[in-house]
Design a protein around this ligand. Structure first.
Ligand SMILES: Nc1ncnc2c1ncn2[C@@H]1O[C@H](COP(=O)(O)OP(=O)(O)O)[C@@H](O)[C@H]1O
Ligand SMILES: [Mg+2]
Length: 257
């Protein structure tokens, strides 16, 4: 966030504290969800400077918007939960009545750490949440609730074309969200071949060489919930004892070998 971008007749340049930044060999983007726009503008600038970037600005943007991410994955044959997105508040109500029923999941499109994810139990709750988000023009999606795996999810870390770590997250008592930031606890897990395949392919489809894929085990098989282009590492490194940082660094070095 301290990088200042400049385009002039000399081409793209980056300044840091008023000083021209030396041209780096490679860039490993770590873009917080609150600064997606500026962060990806910086990554894009590095791309224009022809510097190898581990996760492209396009891949970061495509995965950051939860609905866009599901659109791209689904089109490429990755199983995802049925998910709806509508501009009009009245349609949101109609979709709940005709397609989803209660309870259903409501998600802020750019939420993270479980903060923008709600389990909606009845019409009163739906009305309150719809009014709140539509009034504030905060974009939301509606999704089928995978009840058979409630309170759990699987986090898979993909680096390059391989899985370097995975864990099951188990939510705190009374919470349906398994995020570590919501009090979820990591446990070691063995992935099925299908889970491995969809995790790796999701990252390839989005053009991400380093990402965390969230998967739910539904009665119809594994489904991808989202792909995080700057996944948190502390929880999964503690659970699995894998140094993910080392894996990422080694993968990044391949870009300049
Ligand atoms: N459709 C769903 N059915 C059941 N649980 C869900 C569903 N969607 C999300 N969850 C739970 O909520 C958590 C957060 O959802 P996620 O889409 O990964 O958003 P975030 O970006 O906030 O992590 C998931 O890890 C999972 O435990
Ligand atoms: Mg998640």
């Amino acid at each position: 966030m301290h990088c200042d971008l400049l385009i002039s007749d000399k081409g793209p340049e980056i300044y840091l504290n008023d000083q021209r930044l030396l041209v780096p060999d490679l860039v490993i983007p770590r873009i917080g969800s609150s600064v997606t726009e500026y962060g990806t503008a910086v990554v894009h600038h590095f791309e224009q400077m022809k510097i190898p970037v581990l996760n492209s600005s396009r891949g970061i943007l495509d995965s950051r918007d939860k609905y866009k991410c599901l659109q791209i994955l689904s089109k490429n044959g990755i199983p995802v939960p049925a998910s709806y997105y509508s501009y009009d508040l009245n349609y949101a109500h109609k979709i709940v009545n005709s397609k989803l029923g209660y309870p259903f999941i409501l998600k802020v499109l750019e939420g993270t750490q479980g903060k923008g994810v709600y389990l909606v139990h009845d019409e009163i709750e739906a009305e309150k949440l719809f009014n709140h988000f539509y009034r504030k023009s905060i974009r939301i999606l509606l999704q089928e609730f995978i009840s058979e795996f409630s309170g759990k999810d699987i986090r898979v870390i993909v680096v390059g074309n391989k899985i370097v770590a995975s864990m099951m997250r188990v939510a705190e008592e009374g919470n349906f969200r398994a995020n570590i930031h919501q009090g979820g606890k990591g446990e070691n897990i063995t992935l099925s071949e299908k889970e491995k395949d969809i995790a790796i392919r999701s990252c390839q489809i989005l053009g991400l060489k380093f990402a965390g894929v969230d998967i739910l085990r539904s009665v119809n098989g594994p489904m991808v919930l989202e792909v995080n282009s700057s996944p948190g590492l502390e929880g999964i490194e503690t659970t699995t004892k894998v140094s993910i940082g080392t894996e990422v660094f080694n993968e990044a070095l391949k870009m300049i070998e």
